[in-house]
Design a protein around this ligand. Structure first.
Ligand code: F6R
Length: 611
């Protein structure tokens, strides 16, 4: 939420900032702004998408300089208009500040400033920080010291970047529970909410810890903690290049990212399978033996990946697994022991709800493992261990390829625990390993149905509500499909466990109601196939229009479905990875048929860094 970029170096900062904001726009797109130091400080900001700011800069050019900060906003305090857009100016227009997060005690700080005669122009919590830093700078005459004074008074979550006309060629940043990374160049340095901000210029990065302040100049990077002690930040190299964060000829990031689902699975497995065993870098088998319970913490799509993982881990490792929404876990008194493994699942690694839940879990004595797609992110840094999903950068706001990578990582974990604790059936675990290796090729086959699915979506552009049914691992896929439909096409969509149908949801079925049904294989060892086919008959008898996602050649489904989207033959745990692809494609195509922006749906932002 909110994208942040800072630059000091020889390049024109306007282009660097706009390029970085373009790559960060998925984090928020209510408004955007930049501030640049040349002969004094100049700022431009505009509500709406980044293009509005670009147009403003053409109409009303800035005197470009070599030091600047830029921001793309997802509104929390104050409407998404020009005034509330960042940067916020203070100290007679000499200081500019941008902020990601929420300053929880802003009201009392604002009251203090108002009493001293400060004039506010916006309704944001962020402007309070700008005036506080301005006031502190007048006393300290040093931007780093001024920011340090202020961050120690702030409560909540924040990444702040500031620059000041009286201290040219310097950008100072601070973070608490909100992301900020440093990009290291030759004679230039960068700050960003994530590495996408500067990936065009450097793949060398430094991760900044919690409650730390960074000061960048052209040739120097200095990090201190909020007490002023010097800190050595952790270096890392970004493993993808700028081209991975571009559309690369695709019509949308989402189209590109769905096409990358096979690679997301393949890259998550790579190097982690040795013969028939799973060997995950950085996770030693010994540490898995004593795990007697797993709690998966995640939100949204990541939580649905967790639900798929639960079925597999319990089967393969014989360890009980609970899946809990991070924001619910944190505000009750969960029972955990030092043999409980908390597994957080997060694409961004920055979701505030999940981060806070992980911190809480650690405080109450659990071991924590992060499944994360973003290097240098906060959640893996706050966890005891990490399994990175190697899906590559996900730019479209709604998650697709990260989902299949998350399920894959959970499967690897389940197999690894089953092999370590000896409770899993060795032959079954070896088969699971082989099945995973074969999955990318099967996913490619499913993608070949893209055109047919696009045609179906066009016919259905006027559909107002869609129901989805699934059973066993098909149930979380129904939930994921429903979420994607809501997010992308703004229609009411609801996923149900097929077994629940008669317990209530069947009342929703009326003539013409579209229902997607994820049908288990007729070879399913639990014989759920027949039960789901019966469900299809029940809803069809009441006039539903059924679109079945079923195994290729499943003759029992054909007479009862209006459309069948076939998926290749696979084991029960690979089926959800295959069945989700048509739903991702359909959601995207339905949104496209309705003329909606599939990459940046309304009201959403990727990386939800506020509670
Ligand atoms: C849905 C979606 C969200 C995220 C959720 C968690 O398409 O993208 O539901 O899955 O906000 O985000 P991460 O995985 O970054 O923690």
């Amino acid at each position: 939420m909110c994208g942040i970029v800072g630059y000091v170096g020889p390049r024109g900062s306007e282009a660097v900032l706009l390029g970085g904001l373009g790559r960060l726009e998925y984090r928020g797109y209510d408004s955007a702004g930049i501030a640049v130091l040349s002969n004094g400080l100049e700022a431009r900001k505009r509500s709406g998408k980044l293009q509005e700011l670009r147009d403003e800069l053409v109409a009303n050019p800035i005197h470009d300089g070599h030091t600047g900060i830029g921001h793309t906003r997802w509104a929390t305090h104050g409407a998404p208009n020009d005034i509330n857009a960042h940067p916020h100016l203070a100290d007679d227009g000499k200081l500019a500040l941008i902020h990601n997060g929420i300053i929880e005690n802003y009201a009392e700080l604002k009251a203090e400033l108002l009493e001293q005669g400060t004039v506010f122009t916006s309704e944001t919590d962020s402007e309070v920080a700008a005036h506080l830093v301005g006031r502190a700078f007048r006393e300290t005459h040093n931007l780093t010291d001024a920011l340090r004074v202020v961050v120690n008074r702030l409560e909540g979550a924040f990444t702040l970047l500031v620059l000041h006309a009286d201290e040219p060629d310097v950008v100072v940043g601070a973070r608490r529970n909100s992301p900020l990374v440093i990009g290291l160049g030759e004679g230039e340095n960068f700050l960003g909410s994530d590495v996408a901000a500067f990936i065009e210029f450097t793949d060398k990065a430094l991760a900044i810890g919690q409650d730390q302040i960074v000061t960048i100049t052209r040739d120097n990077v200095a990090v201190i903690d909020f007490d002023g002690n010097s800190v050595t930040p952790e270096p890392f190299t970004v493993t993808w290049d700028a081209s991975a964060a571009t559309k690369g000829g695709w019509r949308s990031f989402m189209a590109k990212e769905i096409s990358e689902e096979p690679a997301a699975v393949a890259n998550t497995i790579i190097g982690r399978i040795k013969g028939e065993r799973v060997d995950i870098d950085g996770i030693d088998a010994e540490s898995l033996v004593s795990v007697d319970r797993i709690v998966i913490l995640a939100c949204g799509t990541a939580a649905y990946a967790g639900l798929v993982g639960k079925y597999a881990i319990e089967k393969w490792a014989r360890v009980p697994v609970d899946v809990e929404l991070s924001h619910e876990f944190r505000y009750r008194e969960p029972v955990i022991s030092d043999h409980t493994l908390i597994v957080s699942v997060s694409q961004s690694g920055e979701t505030m709800d999940t981060l806070m839940a992980v911190k809480y879990a650690r405080e109450i004595g659990a071991r924590t493992l992060s499944i994360c797609n973003t290097q240098g992110a906060t959640i893996p840094r706050e966890s005891d261990a990490v399994i990175y999903t190697h899906a590559g950068p996900e730019v479209a706001v709604a998650s697709t390829k990260a989902f299949v990578a998350q399920v894959t990582a959970l499967y690897l974990l389940g197999i690894a625990i089953g092999q370590a604790n000896g409770k899993g059936d060795p032959a079954e675990l070896a088969a699971a390993v082989r099945d995973l290796e074969a999955t990318p090729t099967l996913l490619e086959t499913v993608l070949q149905q893209g055109e047919r699915i696009a045609t179906m979506a066009k016919w259905m552009a006027d559909t107002q509500a869609i129901l989805l049914l699934g059973r066993h691992v098909g149930f979380p896929i129904a939930l994921e499909g429903a979420l994607k439909l809501k997010e992308l096409s703004y229609i009411h969509a609801e996923g149900f466990a097929a077994g629940e149908l008669k317990h209530g949801p069947i009342a929703l079925i009326e003539p013409g109601q579209v229902v997607f049904v994820i049908v288990p294989s007729p070879r399913d060892p639990n014989s759920l196939h027949a039960k789901v086919v019966s469900n299809i008959q029940e809803i069809r008898a009441r006039g539903a229009r059924v679109i079945a996602i079923a195994e290729q050649g499943d003759a029992a489904v054909l007479p009862h479905a209006d459309e069948v989207i076939p998926i290749p033959l696979a084991s029960s745990f690979i089926e959800p990875l295959l069945a989700v692809v048509p739903l991702h494609l359909f959601s995207m195509e339905l949104a496209a048929a309705k003329g909606l922006d599939v990459d940046q749906p309304r009201n959403l932002a990727k990386s939800v860094t506020v509670e």
